[in-house]
Design a protein around this ligand. Structure first.
Ligand code: ZN
Length: 80
């Protein structure tokens, strides 16, 4: 079984991800699908919820994004 990745779409082309590397080791990345720009942090988070919150915050600060109910989705497990 491979690593589990969680994804959340923000707006039209921004994506936040959390990769579950071990049960207590999660890493985050954010990217812009239109430009291909990817940003990662070296921080390892112990808890999934903390990693998700950090990924959302990192995406907002990195891409100057503001979340709205209409434009941003839910966290979902990415199987593709
Ligand atoms: Zn958002």
């Amino acid at each position: 079984m491979g690593m589990v990745t969680w994804r959340r779409h923000h707006g039209h082309d921004l994506v936040a991800t959390v990769v579950v590397r071990q049960p207590t080791a999660h890493t985050i990345a954010v990217w812009n699908e239109s430009t291909g720009a990817v940003h990662q942090l070296p921080t390892v988070f112990q808890r999934l919820q903390s990693a998700k919150a950090a990924a959302d915050a990192y995406l907002r600060s990195t891409f100057d994004h503001m979340c709205t109910l209409e434009s941003c989705g839910d966290w979902m497990i990415w199987t593709g």
